[in-house]
Each structure stands twice: as structure tokens, then as C-alpha cells.
Write a protein that binds this ligand. Structure first.
Ligand SMILES: *[C@@H]1O[C@H](CO)[C@@H](O)[C@H](O)[C@H]1NC(C)=O
Ligand SMILES: *[C@@H]1O[C@H](CO)[C@@H](O)[C@H](O)[C@H]1NC(C)=O
Ligand SMILES: *[C@@H]1O[C@H](CO)[C@@H](O)[C@H](O)[C@H]1NC(C)=O
Ligand SMILES: *[C@@H]1O[C@H](CO)[C@@H](O)[C@H](O)[C@H]1NC(C)=O
Ligand SMILES: *[C@@H]1O[C@H](CO)[C@@H](O)[C@H](O)[C@H]1NC(C)=O
Ligand SMILES: *[C@@H]1O[C@H](CO)[C@@H](O)[C@H](O)[C@H]1NC(C)=O
Ligand SMILES: *[C@@H]1O[C@H](CO)[C@@H](O)[C@H](O)[C@H]1NC(C)=O
Ligand SMILES: *[C@@H]1O[C@H](CO)[C@@H](O)[C@H](O)[C@H]1NC(C)=O
Length: 910
């Protein structure tokens, strides 16, 4: 007893001491609770927070505690993988209980278009805050200005809309800041942005890409940026000359001003920036001849002057840039040869000369011993070296798309010496003959699309054992496809040829298989999912496949995301086994002779975003579970079948943008709830607008895929059915709808005036119904309308005129309405008819006070749609196939710059 007491006392006092010193092994209860509460606010589909149980929160994934005080000091939940790994939801207000937090990284997750919470300003010890690509929306709270210890702030790639007034005053309070990234934050009304930044004495890097900066302030009383090394202002459509103060920031090493409307003379003050290592003036308005003095910026390692209007020849003085590694002069009007200048740059690694009028031969390249990436697409290339020429370089990537190759049509033997060549692009290069024996076996990516290859493929292609991606689209290949292609292929594009025989198989790693528009025939082989277990995209549309969709085809283990069997000769029903494809996001079975009902089990394919069963012989009702279970549906096309019954409730589908039920036997009324389609009402609901490689190309390509087939990105088509009743006024809520076709039904009543609020409407067809009354004058407010048909109804009164309606001079769009009068009809309005029309118009004008408001909304909406198009416009610019390669090759930066430029251009158009 007596001996034990001192020990107890000692233990006790040690415990007290450790509490006093704050030494702790577990985490603090208040902080644990705050974290649990934070977790409760999040949906975690991939269970990333599974370790967040038990007492010791310091051991939880992403949580870091101080060794000394035990306080939580770090919360790092960055998601750099696919959308599916994103935490989704809200940040609960309990989070600021983590008072000692100095590092918070929530980037790449998805905060549901909520604003950035104001209470983040309460973390007084924060040094690092990263909310990049996290699906926030709305204004950046000025409370962030309280974070006076912050050194790194990254708010890039969220969804900030144009109408957000952005006052940047709070930025000037972040006096500890080193790195600032506010890419995509709108600075439209932040006139003082430059002064605010100039107040940051330690700032080293500033990235403000596509921020609507508008203009460069001409003068700055004193340039305080003594530590600034990086200034990135790309994509801001700044319309001015480069102001002189930029050239006073002598610490600058990286200056990126591409994607602006910078004009005027090429600024020779650039030579004052003696530390400059990288200069990007791509996509600006620079014109005239190539500046001679560029050769004086001796430290330059990277120079991008692409997409300007520089003309003439490249001066020899550029050969003085002995450190230059990256040179991009693509898309200019340069001519002549390059041998004296560029041809002397021994350090050059990456040379992009695409789209000029340069004449190039192997001699010009004879000194470029460091060259690895060469793009000479769209130029005149003369390949005349004898077969024993050995180039001084080892290329990794060579692009010769659209090259006029002359005068020897033979392909250069020296390609074989390029034993590290991974990428070869020879699209549209007029290639007729196979030369595969001349290709180095290191090739991973080969693009031979849009050439004149014919017959079958030579066996030597099988030797390219490293090949991952092969594009032979749009040639004249017309024999059966060999199965000896390299088995490591991930991507195979054979669309738009005349290939016959059986569908290629036995590619265990293949993820993407495009066979569209060929002559494949026979039955679908049930083996495909066994022999190609990795397949994610399978496009067999526009072939001659016949027979039934085999029952035993579809394994639950399948990875298929897209299945396109449209435009074949398939018969029979949709087998239940198809529902095993639980990952399926896109199912296209249109233009076949399929019949029967939509299988009930499809209800379990809850990931479906596109369901296209059009142009078949399907019967029965449109199942109600579509509106209840397929909650990710964006496109539903059941057109040209024999569906009967009434239209079910579908408006609970939050993402539906394309609904085509035309040419069926549907009856009953148009549900009033059709005014509630969320994705057609306002901001389109896309899940991720951030740019991690995977989600980008998958989401993007899906978008292109759908719109390629259906030309409009928002559409409702219910034409040619037996629908009756009125057109619900609620349809006017669909401010994002671009095409509405209700023709060939039995609709009655008036055309609701609310249609005038559907400001995005381009197509409106209400012809061949029993509509009566006057045409609402609000239609004149539809500025984008380019197709209108109101013929064969019982409409009466004066045809409204003004604005867009004035442009419809074809009277047939009003034909078959005996009581309509006025231009473009030849019938004069008699007093009576005209009066009826005018009364109608007075009634309308009471509503026109709303007009201004709607106009405002529509401008906003226009931008939102433009914004949404960013993700899409990537592929409009560049096919997704290329972006796929880029993604696997980690060349993502280029794509991203292109996107930035695209955004700028798009906004300019608006
Ligand atoms: C805290 O401890 C971990 C491992 O026990 C160690 O890696 C880390 O450097 C320590 N941190 C500090 C600030 O002492
Ligand atoms: C923020 O996180 C993203 C990844 O989500 C990363 O690319 C970026 O570099 C981070 N920003 C900073 C300033 O560390
Ligand atoms: C934002 O800019 C910083 C440099 O200031 C950079 O480190 C970071 O990677 C950028 N973030 C993203 C997502 O690119
Ligand atoms: C720039 O620095 C000068 C001198 O250090 C100082 O007086 C001025 O207030 C600073 N400008 C800004 C905008 O902070
Ligand atoms: C830029 O530097 C020049 C001297 O090289 C000086 O005369 C001028 O005042 C400076 N301008 C600014 C805005 O600091
Ligand atoms: C730039 O501004 C000038 C006048 O301020 C204008 O004439 C010109 O069209 C603008 N350029 C562009 C590309 O907007
Ligand atoms: C190159 O372009 C310039 C101006 O665009 C023209 O004057 C010159 O004749 C051209 N030279 C050649 C070799 O085509
Ligand atoms: C319509 O009325 C105008 C004058 O109001 C007259 O000149 C014209 O001839 C009439 N046209 C027809 C087709 O009646």
C-alpha cells in the first residue's frame, strides 16, 4: 500500500503535467465532434472517410494534429481522382471549431453549387487554403480578408457567374500571401484589382485566368511587386496594349498574357525583363513581322507566340536564344525557311510550327539535337533525305497532320531510327500506301485518320507491341479486320470505313472501341464481354448487325459505360440480362427493329444518363419508374415507336435536357409539371466542372456523343401523337429550352403568352393542332428563334410583328389559319379582325413589365450556358480522342490552355 502511493502520485502528477503542456495522444473532443459533424454534412459515395470512426481523430484519413498541442492543424481531403471519389454536400458551420487549423484543402470535391461559406474567414491561423475545382458557386466572401496569415490561396475552377459583383478590396488585406490563384473568379466590377494586388508585399505567384479583368490600368504609381515571379493573366480578353509598368516588375520570370486582345506594336520593352524565362503572348492580336530583338532575351526558355498574325520569315537572331527549350509559333502567317534561326537552337526540346506557310526539309532540323516534340502540321514539307540519313534527335512526338508532303511521296526511312517515338499524327496527309514496316516499335499512339488507306491492314502493324491508341477512322479499309493487332491496345477507332466481317475481339485491355459506320455483319457474338473485359465504350452503330441482342452477353462484372448498337438490323426484345450492366451511363438502341416493352429491370441501371430507344417497334406504356429511378437521365429519346397511354411524370429528373417522345401513339394531356424540369429551367446541372483528367474526357465525350446525334442540347419533342388539352402555361418556365415541337397533336386553347419567356428558343413548332385565339405578341421577343411553324390551327387576328418575327417572311408558316391576317399573309386585316388582335395585345402589355426582368435572366442564362459549354467546347475544338491521348500522356496543360482561350473567345462572342 505504502509503496504504491508515491507511484500513484507520480502518475497523477505526470498526467497533470502532460495536460498542462498539452501533450496528448488522442484528439480533442470538441474538434472530434466538429469533424464528425462535418462528415455528417457530406455524401461520401466511395467511402473515403471510412477511417473517421473512433476516438483518435488525429489518426483519421486527411486529418493532421500538432505533435505538441494535439490540436487539429491540418485537414486535407483533396480529391484528385474521378468525380466518383468526390465528397459531396455542404460544409457544416461547426468546422471553425478547429481553431488551430493552418492547412485546409478541399479541392476536387463537390459542394453542390453552394457559396463559399463566410465562416472560413474565422480560421485565424490558416496558411494554406485550397478550394480549387470544388463546385462552389457565387461570390467569394469578403470575410476571407480576415485570413491575414494566409500564404497560399487557391480558389480556381469553381462556378462563379458573370453577374456576381466582385469587389477585390479584401485581397489587399492578405498581407502574408505568396501564391494567389483565382482563376475563373469574375472580376467584372473590380476596378481596383491591380491596386489591391499591389498591396501584397510578398506575393510571388498570381494566377488570374479567365477572370474578366477587362482592362489593364494604364498607370500604377509605384510598382510594389518586388517578389513577383509569375504573372498569369491569360484568357481575360483585355483589349489594350501592354502597359509599361509590367516591364518594371524586373523579378518576373514567367509572364503569361495569352488569350487576350493585346494589340499594337510588339512591345520591345520586354527586353527590360532580364530574368524572363517564359513568355506567352499566344492568341493575342499581335501583327506585323517577327520582332528581331526577341533574340536579346537571353534567359528565355519558353516562348509562345502562336495564334497571332505574325508574317514573313523568322529572323536569324532567334538563333541567339541558346537556352530556348519550348518554341510555339503555330497558327501564324510565317513563310520562308527556318534553317538560319530556329534551325540553330540546339537546346530546343519542343517545336510547334503548325499552320504556317513554312517550307521545311530535313536539312532545317539537322542541328536540333535536343528535339523531342515536333509539330509541323499544315506546312509544306519536303522530305528528300536519302535512306541512310540519321537525324541528330530522338523524337517522342511527331505531328504532320495536313502536311503537303513533296516531292517524294515515299515515307522517310529515318522514322525507323526514332526508337523513342511514342506519338505519330498523320491525319489528312494523303497517305495511300502502307509503310508500317518503317514505323518504330516504340509507338504508343498512332493517328492515321482521314487518309486513303484501303484494303486490309498489313501484318507488320502487329509488331507495334507498345501501341495503346490507334486511329484509322475515315479511310477506305474494306476487308475483314485482323485479330492480331497489338493486344495492349486501350483505344481503337475504326469508324467510317467499309470494314466487313466479324467484330474485332480479343483485346483484353481495350477500353474504347469505335466501329461506327462500317459493314460489320452477322450476329453479335456473346463472347465479347469475355474477350474484352475492360471495355468501357462500345460503339457499333451504323453497321449491318442482325439477329437478336444475345441474352448471355452481359456480365455484371462488365465495365461498360456506353453501348451503342443503333442503326443496325437487330430484332427481338431487349433481354433482361442487359440490365446487368450496372455501370451503364449511355444506351443507344435506336434505328433497329427491336420490339416488346421496355424491360422493367432497366430500373436498376440507375447511372443511365442517356437512353435512346427511338425508331424501333417498342410498345406499351412509357414506364413511370423512368421518372423515379433513372435520376441521372439527361437524354430520353423514345421517338418513332408504338408507345401508348399517357405521358408519365418525368419532371423529377433533375438533369433531363433532351426529351423526345415524338411519333408514338401517346394520348392524354401534356403534364403541367413539364414546367418543372430543373435542367431546362435555369443553370444546367453538371456534376463536375473541374478538370481532373478522367472526368473531363468521359463527361465531355458523353456530351458530344449525345449532341452529335441530336443536334440540340435542350429539346422537348412531343409531336405526332394524340395529345389533347391545352399547352400548359408552365412550359414558359423552361428558360433554357432551345427547341419545342408539339406539332401534329390535338391540342386546343390559346398559345400561352408565357412562351415569350423561353428566351433561348430557336425552334418552335405548334403546327397541325386545334389551337385558337391570337398569336401572342410576346413571340416577337424570342431573339434566337429561327424556325417557327404555326400552320394548320384555328389561330385568328393580326400576326404580331417586330423584332425576330419580322424575319419570317415565308407565309406558309401561318397557312391553314383562315382567320389570321396581316403580313406576311396577303390578306389585309379588316377592321374587325384587326381590333380583335389589338385587344389581345393590350392584355399582353400588362405582362411586358416582366420583360426587363426576363431579359436580365436570359443574359445570365446565356452566360451559364456558355459556361456549361466550356466542358463541351473542348471537344468541339478537338475531338475527344485527342484529349484522351493527352490525358494518358499527361499533356493536360496544353488542353487546359486551349480551354482558357476558348472561354475567352466564347465570352467575346456574347
Ligand atoms: C510529428 O511527428 C511525426 C511522426 O511522429 C513526424 O513525422 C513529424 O515531423 C512531427 N512534426 C513535428 C512538427 O514535429
Ligand atoms: C490545389 O489543389 C489542386 C488539386 O486539386 C492542385 O492542382 C493545386 O496545385 C493546388 N493549389 C495549390 C496552391 O497548391
Ligand atoms: C493555382 O496557382 C498556383 C500558383 O499561384 C499553382 O501552384 C496552382 O497549381 C494553381 N492551381 C491549379 C488548380 O492549377
Ligand atoms: C507600395 O509601396 C509604397 C512604398 O513602400 C507604399 O507607400 C504604398 O502604399 C504601397 N502601395 C500599395 C498599393 O500598397
Ligand atoms: C518604371 O521604371 C522607370 C525607370 O526604369 C521609372 O522611371 C518609372 O517611374 C517606373 N514606373 C513605375 C510605375 O514604377
Ligand atoms: C478594342 O477597343 C477598340 C476601341 O477601344 C475597339 O475599336 C476594338 O474593336 C476593340 N477590339 C476588340 C477585339 O474588341
Ligand atoms: C512571305 O510573306 C511576305 C509578307 O506576307 C511576302 O512579302 C513574301 O513575298 C513572302 N515570301 C515568300 C517566300 O513567300
Ligand atoms: C390592303 O390595304 C391596302 C391599303 O390599306 C391596299 O392598298 C391594298 O390593296 C390592300 N390589299 C388587299 C389584298 O386587299
Amino acid at each position: 500500500m505504502g509503496g504504491r502511493t508515491p507511484l500513484l502520485v507520480l502518475t497523477f502528477s505526470l498526467a497533470v503535467l502532460s495536460i498542462k503542456l498539452g501533450i496528448s495522444h488522442g484528439c480533442r473532443e470538441t474538434e472530434r465532434k466538429a469533424l464528425i459533424d462535418f462528415k455528417r454534412g457530406l455524401h461520401d459515395p466511395s467511402n473515403r472517410l471510412s477511417s473517421w470512426v473512433g476516438e483518435d481523430c488525429c489518426a483519421w484519413e486527411g486529418v493532421g494534429c500538432s505533435n505538441i498541442s494535439g490540436h487539429v492543424i491540418k485537414l486535407d481531403l483533396r480529391n484528385s481522382r474521378r468525380c466518383k471519389w468526390a465528397l459531396r454536400g455542404d460544409i457544416t458551420p461547426s468546422l471553425p471549431s478547429l481553431q488551430q487549423l493552418n492547412r485546409l484543402d478541399l479541392s476536387g470535391n463537390y459542394f453542390m453549387h453552394k457559396p463559399i461559406p463566410k465562416f472560413l474567414g474565422a480560421f485565424r491561423r490558416l496558411t494554406y487554403l485550397n478550394l480549387s475545382g470544388a463546385g462552389f458557386m457565387g461570390r467569394v466572401p469578403a470575410q476571407l480578408g480576415n485570413l491575414s496569415t494566409l500564404q497560399h490561396l487557391d480558389l480556381s475552377y469553381n462556378c462563379y457567374w458573370d453577374d456576381e459583383v466582385e469587389n477585390s478590396g479584401w485581397i489587399s488585406l492578405l498581407t502574408s500571401l505568396r501564391h494567389l490563384n483565382m482563376t475563373w473568379v469574375s472580376f467584372t466590377n473590380a476596378a481596383n484589382w491591380l491596386q489591391d494586388l499591389n498591396a501584397l508585399p510578398h506575393v510571388q505567384e498570381i494566377e488570374l485566368i479567365s477572370c474578366d479583368l477587362g482592362t489593364f490600368p494604364r498607370s500604377l504609381s509605384h510598382v510594389n511587386f518586388t517578389s513577383l515571379t509569375t504573372l498569369d493573366l491569360r484568357g481575360n480578353y483585355i483589349n489594350s496594349t501592354i502597359p509599361d509598368w509590367v516591364f518594371n516588375i524586373t523579378s518576373l520570370e514567367f509572364l503569361y498574357l495569352g488569350g487576350n486582345d493585346l494589340h499594337g506594336f510588339f512591345p520591345d520593352s520586354v527586353t527590360k525583363l532580364t530574368s524572363l524565362k517564359a513568355l506567352d503572348l499566344s492568341g493575342t492580336q499581335l501583327s506585323g513581322s517577327f520582332p528581331d530583338w526577341l533574340g536579346n532575351i537571353k534567359n528565355l526558355k519558353s516562348l509562345d507566340l502562336s495564334s497571332n498574325s505574325l508574317c514573313g520569315s523568322v529572323p536569324a537572331s532567334i538563333g541567339n536564344l541558346s537556352l530556348l527549350q519550348h518554341l510555339s509559333l503555330g497558327s501564324n502567317d510565317l513563310n520562308g525557311t527556318i534553317s538560319k534561326g530556329i534551325g540553330q537552337l540546339k537546346s530546343l526540346v519542343d517545336l510547334d510550327l503548325h499552320e504556317n506557310s513554312l517550307s521545311l526539309s530535313e536539312d532545317d532540323l539537322a542541328n536540333l539535337s535536343s528535339l523531342e516534340y515536333l509539330d509541323i502540321s499544315y506546312n509544306f514539307i519536303e522530305l528528300n533525305k536519302s535512306d541512310d540519313w540519321i537525324p541528330p534527335f530522338q523524337l517522342q512526338s511527331l505531328s504532320m497532320d495536313f502536311c503537303q508532303i513533296g516531292p517524294t511521296p515515299q515515307f522517310p526511312q529515318w522514322l525507323r531510327t526514332q526508337t523513342t517515338l511514342r506519338q505519330l499524327q498523320l491525319s489528312s496527309a494523303g497517305i495511300k500506301d502502307m509503310f508500317f514496316d518503317r514505323l518504330p516499335s516504340s509507338l504508343e499512339y498512332l493517328d492515321l485518320s482521314y487518309n486513303s488507306l484501303h484494303g486490309s491492314l498489313p501484318a507488320s502493324l502487329g509488331n507495334l507491341s507498345m501501341l495503346r491508341s490507334l486511329d484509322l477512322g475515315s479511310n477506305n479499309l474494306n476487308e475483314a479486320f485482323p485479330n492480331w493487332l497489338p493486344s495492349g491496345l486501350r483505344y481503337l477507332y475504326l469508324s467510317d470505313n467499309k470494314i466487313t466481317g466479324e467484330v474485332p475481339q480479343f483485346f483484353p485491355k481495350l477500353k474504347y472501341l469505335y466501329l461506327s459506320n462500317n459493314s460489320f455483319s452477322g450476329n453479335l457474338s456473346p463472347r465479347i464481354t469475355n474477350t474484352m473485359p475492360s471495355l468501357q465504350w462500345f460503339d457499333l452503330s451504323m453497321n449491318n448487325m442482325s439477329g437478336e441482342i444475345p441474352f448471355s452477353y452481359w456480365k455484371t462484372s462488365s465495365n461498360l459505360l456506353l453501348l451503342d448498337l443503333s442503326s443496325n438490323k437487330l430484332v427481338g426484345g431487349v433481354p433482361d440480362s442487359l440490365c446487368n450492366l450496372q455501370m451503364l451511363e449511355s444506351l443507344h438502341l435506336s434505328h433497329n427493329n427491336l420490339s416488346g416493352q421496355i424491360p422493367h429491370c432497366l430500373k436498376s441501371c440507375t447511372e443511365l444518363a442517356t437512353l435512346d430507344l427511338g425508331h424501333n417497334n417498342f410498345i406499351g406504356n412509357i414506364p413511370t419508374w423512368i421518372g423515379e429511378s433513372l435520376l441521372y437521365l439527361k437524354t430520353l429519346s423514345l421517338r418513332s415507336n408504338a408507345f401508348t397511354g399517357s405521358i408519365p411524370q418525368l419532371s423529377s429528373l433533375p438533369s433531363l435536357r433532351i426529351l423526345d417522345l415524338s411519333n408514338n401513339n401517346l394520348s392524354g394531356t401534356i403534364p403541367q409539371s413539364f414546367g418543372d424540369f430543373n435542367a431546362l429551367k435555369s443553370a444546367p446541372t453538371y456534376q463536375c466542372c473541374y478538370f481532373n483528367n478522367d472526368s473531363l474526357y468521359v463527361e465531355g465525350s458523353e456530351l458530344e456523343y449525345t449532341t452529335r446525334q441530336l443536334s440540340m442540347d435542350t429539346l422537348i419533342d412531343l409531336s405526332n401523337n394524340y395529345l389533347s388539352g391545352n399547352i400548359p402555361e408552365e412550359l414558359g418556365n423552361l428558360h433554357g429550352l432551345r427547341s419545342l415541337n408539339l406539332s401534329k397533336n390535338y391540342l386546343i386553347g390559346q398559345i400561352p403568352w408565357s412562351i415569350g419567356r423561353m428566351k433561348q428558343l430557336e425552334v418552335l413548332d405548334l403546327s397541325r393542332n386545334n389551337l385558337s385565339g391570337a398569336i401572342p405578341s410576346d413571340l416577337a421577343a424570342l431573339n434566337f428563334l429561327n424556325h417557327l411553324n404555326l400552320s394548320y390551327n384555328n389561330l385568328s387576328g393580326r400576326i404580331p410583328n417586330g423584332n425576330q418575327l419580322q424575319t419570317f417572311t415565308d407565309s406558309s408558316i401561318y397557312a391553314g389559319n383562315p382567320n389570321l391576317c396581316g403580313p406576311p399573309l396577303t390578306k389585309n386585316c379588316t377592321l374587325n379582325i384587326a381590333k380583335a388582335g389589338e385587344e389581345e395585345q393590350n392584355e399582353d402589355s400588362s405582362k411586358s413589365r416582366m420583360e426587363t426582368l426576363w431579359l436580365y435572366t436570359s443574359i445570365t442564362l446565356g452566360f451559364i450556358i456558355g459556361f456549361w459549354a466550356i466542358c463541351g467546347s473542348l471537344l468541339l475544338q478537338q475531338t475527344w480522342r485527342t484529349s484522351y491521348f493527352r490525358a494518358i500522356d499527361n499533356m493536360f496543360d496544353k488542353l487546359y490552355v486551349m480551354m482558357v482561350v476558348t472561354v475567352a473567345k466564347y465570352k467575346r462572342k456574347l
